[in-house]
Design a protein around this ligand. Sequence first.
Ligand SMILES: C[S@@+](CC[C@H](N)C(=O)[O-])C[C@H]1O[C@@H](n2cnc3c(N)ncnc32)[C@H](O)[C@@H]1O
Length: 369
Amino acid sequence: MSELRSTVEDSILARAISYAQCWEDPALLQAALAVGPGDHVLSICSAGDNSFALAMAGASSVTCIDLSFPQIALAELKLAAVRALPVQSVRSMFGLGHFGRRVWFYHYVRDNLRPEVRAYWDHHEELIRLGLLGQGRFERYLDTFRTRVLPLVHGRDTIDAMLACTSLDEQRTLYAERWDTWRWRGLFKLFFSRFVMSRSGRSPEHFAQVEGAVADRFLARAKHALTEIPVSDNFFLRWMLTGEHGDLELGPPWLTTEGHAKLRAAADNLSFVHASLEDYLPRAAKSFRKFNYSNLFEYVPAAHHVALLDLSIQHAAPGARLAYWNLLVPRSRPASLAERLQPDPELAASLLARDRAFVYGGFNVETVT
Ligand SMILES: C[S@@+](CC[C@H](N)C(=O)[O-])C[C@H]1O[C@@H](n2cnc3c(N)ncnc32)[C@H](O)[C@@H]1O
């Protein structure tokens, strides 16, 4: 299967942090997979957050896999911090608290890291000083939107008014009366065009499988987030508009007080694999009951998607479930696997409609039959 290696992430993104946070809604994953005791989970690591959420839900084991070593190093650093530090200090270390203590906290936990992970962070200590949760390539792109584009569109008062809405009716009224201006539509579409995105937030290879213009699709998804999904607990939207999570008890689960305690209790159930799925699955020692595949099929041809599903089924326990997103490329259970994989399009669509990370065009929940 090594010819199926994902060349995109391998060659372009593997050297730097691509995602310092997971930009996929953990609530969807849990609703789709219903992870609990007895489940062995295979989860794309990315920034770690969603794999942590699955461990916090009670999984017997969560194997976090990523072909990018920096992503593995990031997730291991987060977990080491959770094990060693109280929740307030973890927040500070990752850039959400007092500026001066970030590196100090890193030095407090660094002895607990594996040598390769420690070497990576010793080399990138500056990212910790800058506030690690904002330092992925994707977060920096969002930061450019927030600091360079958004101020040309809306004043802080309009943004604050949107985030203070307490009902969907209020959101819709504000959207219609103050938010949906020609400047909003024009600058948003420019910034989230294929041309600009492939030169900053993502790479041209990320669009290799994408057909048609992309900006209109993202604009419609932003409208959905602002008018159909409550803003009050949408930490994804809040970060995009303000660069902060606001009330962290409503933020990413691993950074809440309760989540921190649960993750610390579940920490021994997490393990990390630096490899591609294509290389790892054929040699996996166990079969899995739940699979979180992020939106990784986005970047590979249709035949590769089929081959990876096929390989996953071979390493799946009976009744196993898979969940994965589509961003711009439609990838769902192919007809050739109809006998072995049962999709649940109704559940997936109803979950996608309330996806707080809102940028995705599709969500898939599939069960091994
Ligand atoms: C698929 S990306 C998507 C993240 C996020 N949804 C986004 O697009 O903004 C998440 C992670 O998957 C990893 N990844 C992609 N293809 C992989 C593969 N075939 N095997 C293992 N990891 C993979 C990447 O290195 C990355 O860290």
